[in-house]
Design a protein. Structure first.
Length: 110
């Protein structure tokens, strides 16, 4: 029983360690979605070529929060431009929310 508990503990440590602050470069966007109808609601970016293990399963969802409307609109336009032009973006991340990896900052690359 102790061996199983230790293995389970190490498994969860490895999942949370992956979700720590880091930079993901070369992210190609296949979709953008906003489900909630709220002025501070996040939008999700769906990646074509990058995956992570938030929620314990492989996922390609990156969630972008913004406190201010101007910042939210600017980040959304950067993501939309990247998707339309087939350019890549780089994001800095911070932890998981369900199956989504939280994005702190977003940079358009060409």
């Amino acid at each position: 029983m102790n061996r199983g508990a230790i293995c389970l503990f190490l498994f969860f440590i490895s999942l949370t360690g992956w979700a720590e602050d880091r930079v993901v470069s070369g992210l190609l966007i296949t979709g953008i979605e906003q489900q909630e109808d709220d002025e501070e609601a996040p939008f999700d970016i769906y990646a074509r070529n990058k995956a992570h293990k938030c929620g314990g399963k492989v996922s390609n969802i990156f969630r972008v929060y913004s406190e201010y409307d101007t910042v939210a609109n600017r980040r959304f336009m950067l993501a939309l431009t990247a998707m339309k032009e087939n350019w890549s973006i780089s994001v800095s991340t911070h932890g998981c929310e369900g199956r989504a990896l939280i994005v702190n900052s977003l940079r358009l690359e060409h």
